[in-house]
Design a protein around this ligand. Sequence first.
Ligand SMILES: [Zn+2]
Length: 316
Amino acid sequence: MVHNSDTNSNLRWVWKLKGHIKQKTFIWTCLRNALPCRSILQQRGIPISPLCPFCSNHNETLIHLFLECEFSKQVWLKAGSNIQIQYYRDFDSWIKANATCKDISTLNIPRGTVFIYLLWHIWNSRNNLIFNLVTVKPEQVAYKGLAAAAEFWHLTNSSKSISQLKDNVHVNWSPPKEGWTKLNTDGACSGNPGVFSVGGILRNSNGNWTHSFSGTVGSGSALEAKLWAIYLGLNLAKDTQCKFIWIESDSLLAGFTEFSITHTCREGNMCADKLAKQALLDRSGLTFHQQTPSHIKLNILADQLGVLEVRTIPML
Ligand SMILES: [Zn+2]
């Protein structure tokens, strides 16, 4: 592949690319043969080694740097970008064909945007190596490039991308606040019902592991497995002197999209408290009530009215 085609005198298309102005300027500079790679600097009379900083085996031309160097090949490969390396008659055609590509990548963003950002990150990692002596692995460059492309695309196309990206919502784990412990649990079932196993982990506000557990503990439904995991996790938290606990389990729990468990005092939990105590007194079997049990009607009303001192309500 050679560098310059005779066609790129008109580069207006560069400014229509789907990328930040910084990346567009970078592409424009590449196409104007003005990016200060070592071969270009040497051609301009600057006394500098022309060797590629990544491999030291070849002269650092733009074609070598972005296409032919083993480092860059690995970046394209790790990014799973399906970038075509051959089949273009010159460097500029290669840039144009890839940068303007509107096919959708696996990240649900145009391949052109992915290409621009990967190219830019290869250039950045090359500069970091030369000027800051920082070495990075090709997979890190690929990851950073993909992340920057995704960020740009989602920020500038949020309404469109949200509908397109229903199945690609990014979820991250957050640590608990200082002094708190976070319990993440899950249960797995080999059928529903079937033999189930549980797993759980406790982490502190720095995100560091403090304790964890896992194992096959019984047989039952998927819901039972997940509840067992929470139960065991809470016991572990208690045994290890956790004072403030945040519980997180995945959304499969009972089919809820989200759920939250909060702590309250007995006075704030009077309805459930009374149901349990009355059942203990009656020694009654498990019952699913068809209507509001009469002995908690006043407590429900008190809760609805936001009565603070529930203990002052006369007991039935
Ligand atoms: Zn090289």
